[in-house]
Design a binder for this molecule. Structure first.
Ligand SMILES: *Cc1c(COP(=O)(O)O)cnc(C)c1O
Length: 356
């Protein structure tokens, strides 16, 4: 039976990415060798990094003065690398979920942290508004998409101090005005590549302003100067990322992605709002286009397991909500075809009929 992949991460990738990566694992760049066994310093692989960097710049329209890096360690390593490199005295954080909390916990190791606003009072079901960004902080950190709770900052906010964004789960889902950010980073395993590579987009002139010593590997300048080749980068995930970037370009770029993502999300949110069995957990205006969270409505809780089993039997995979929210989470990343959302909606409707 056809599977519909709603996993939150690692998650669905374009078939194009998977097929081309398999081919390269068999024979990379006509070298007669596998991608698994070639030097990261071969000219063929350097060409991969160069092309991936160029496509990042093209697709996101990255202005002059920014570097694109492909690192190891996941977004979680960036939680520490950001304050290590940027925090002198004080940093400001928006607390919108578990990932934001993990990020600000690391920042506290390096200086004062001002949490400008938090949505923890309502289990992170909304994005705080009307907060003031302190002018005396070294940077302001946000998490644009809260993968676990299904809330998203869908517009680029303005900040007078350098803005740093964890975009792990909504990178490339919409056009972004990169000039508004000092730094954007994320683990690639949500919307770009298999796990193992972390992307960093950083404005060069924000660096070199902290007094502390920074170990070589944790210093952004090291990776900028060596074009992500200071040590062995994650070769296979970078190759796969390049395939996804090519797929994005061939499929209309980020304007088109946004259009399709909005369509997919509207389809599913409309069903959640219509179907008496279900209710959404995120504040409507803050609903994510990438992770759609819902639970059984009051009075229908006892059907949760049956719905889960029914959906699984119909080919739905990865619908289980994160343990801190419960219920269900349908992740609708770029590579998820609209047909999968249509099938899920049908499954919800058929289940409704089956119990009434
Ligand atoms: C998944 C995720 C992370 C953690 O990424 P790792 O690469 O596993 O460290 C951080 N932030 C957000 C928003 C995420 O969705």
């Amino acid at each position: 039976m056809k599977k519909h992949n709603f996993y939150a991460g690692p998650s669905i990738l374009p078939q194009f990415t998977i097929e081309n990566t398999i081919k390269a694992i068999e024979n990379f760049s006509d070298m007669g060798l596998s991608l698994l066994e070639i030097s990261h310093r071969s000219k063929q692989f350097i060409a991969v990094v160069d092309e991936a960097t160029a496509l990042f710049k093209e697709l996101l329209n990255i202005p002059e003065g920014y570097s694109v890096l492909f690192l190891g360690g996941g977004a979680s390593t960036q939680f520490a690398m950001v304050p290590f490199n940027l925090l002198n005295k004080k940093a400001a954080y928006l607390n919108t979920g578990v990932w934001a909390k993990k990020a600000l916990k690391e920042a506290k190791l390096f200086g004062e942290v001002e949490v400008v606003a938090s949505s923890e009072d309502k289990n992170f079901s909304y994005i705080p508004k009307g907060y003031k960004i302190p002018k005396d902080a070294d940077y302001f950190h946000i998490t644009t998409n809260n993968t676990i709770y299904g809330t998203e900052i869908k517009e680029d906010i303005s900040s007078e101090i350098p803005l740093v964004a964890d975009m792990s789960s909504d990178i490339f889902s919409r056009p972004v005005d990169v000039s508004k950010y000092a730094m954007i980073y994320g683990g690639a395993q949500k919307n770009l590549a298999p796990s193992g590579v972390t992307f960093v987009i950083i404005k060069n002139d924000i660096l070199g302003k902290v007094d502390r010593m920074i170990p070589t590997m944790f210093k952004y300048e090291t990776h900028i100067e060596n074009e992500s080749m200071f040590n062995t980068p994650p070769v296979v995930p970078i190759y796969a990322a390049l395939q996804t970037l090519k797929w994005l370009k061939a499929n209309g770029g980020l304007t088109k992605m946004k259009e399709v993502n909005e369509k997919k999300a509207a389809l599913l949110y409309n069903e959640i709002d219509r179907n008496p069995l279900f209710k959404g957990t995120a504040n409507k205006e803050d609903r994510s286009l990438m992770n759609i969270c819902f639970v059984m409505n009051e009075g229908y809780e006892k059907h949760e397991e049956a719905f889960s089993a029914y959906a699984t039997a119909q080919g739905m995979v990865g619908l289980k909500g994160h343990r801190s929210v419960g219920g269900f989470r349908a992740s609708t990343y770029n590579a998820l075809p609209i047909e999968s959302v249509q099938v899920l909606v049908k499954v919800m409707q058929d289940f409704e009929k089956s119990i009434s």
